[in-house]
Design a protein around this ligand. Sequence first.
Ligand code: PLP
Length: 413
Amino acid sequence: MEWESALLHGRFDATDSTGATLPAIYQNAAFEQRSAEDLERIFTNRKPGFAYSRSGNPTVAAFEQRMAAAEGGAAAVACASGMAAIAMALLNILQCGDEMISAAGLFGGTQDLFEDLRAFGIRTRFVPRLTPEAVEGLLSEKTKLVFGELISNPALELIDLAAVARVTRRQGIPLIIDSTTATPALVRPLALGADIVIHSATKYISGQGNAIGGVIVDGGNFPWDTDRFPPLKKYEHAGALVYTTRLRQDLWRNFGACMAPQNAYLSVLGLETLTLRVQRQCASALALARALAQNPQIARVDYPGLEGGDFYDLTQRQLKNGMGGAILTLRTGSKERAYRLLNHLRLAHIATNVGDVRTLVICPAHTIYAFSTQEQRRGAGAFPDLIRVSVGLEDAEDLIADFSAAAAAMGAD
Ligand code: PLP
């Protein structure tokens, strides 16, 4: 089955017993059982079923099954947000004294989370770019995982997954990839060597800026050595699914990181149109990037699909049809000029999100990274004059006209 068909008809029942083509929204906390014995069986995993929506809910399960199919994974666990998904995915295997290696080019919230983890004795060793050589240079006995954003936000740097995966596999440590900005419409990281894939479902998956959510997809074929990853030891009986079993039975449940049923429904709905939206948004992003690259008022345009850019070749090789995602960045020369451009836009909204159907713009350095250190901002590529543009579904010509007019007004002010 091709990817688009698997999204609608994958390894799950597309209809329920009523014939409904979409999952119902089970907006309840508890699920009544016929007998005390049945409730015990569900609690002890001897009978499939639901007991309590923090540990399992049919609407959320429908989203999880579709995400596992979308990414070609063995299992998925939905979370309250993208941040919850990242925190749970890492803490599922990390302990006090452990280290992880990560690219410095990270979403600001993830940078802040890694700072928070220091209080629990977990240290992140940052590399400017996640290359095999950079990872090899920092490996130690303490290293338990390698983390990176497939297309980093807002640095827009790409990871060569196959190359990095060769190193992580050889070392017996998992490669955990935040694929939020790439989406399974452009690349399925598990097929290229990643072991765990994370999404903020808030972005392209729900796709309309209407639901906060996250998801962790387990490829189900990482050879976990439970002596090296002691938190998994208790769940060895789960075999290939040891990672997801520990997550679901233990950490995710106990942190209360579950996704809300309403948001799971909205994410299922979004997932069904993901490919169409992403293809259109990528095409418009490329058109806008090309137009603005010619604009004398704009100092620099970065977009992975733009000819001549640092990541152009990798984009062509790794992302479907060479599409570079739907985010581009503009350098304007100063914060003042950047703000003037933003304030002259008529179509694009000044707002902090990506992956919406509407085009959204922000200056990350003064918002998302406002309380970050200089080093963190530099690592993330959050320059003071940089504007991040998340391209929506508006007509590309309208967007080009809007940005061109705002750039002209910025120069004239
Ligand atoms: N990962 C990336 C790449 C993001 O851009 C974001 C949010 O902007 C997140 C994770 C966090 O997602 P959420 O806002 O759903 O917690």
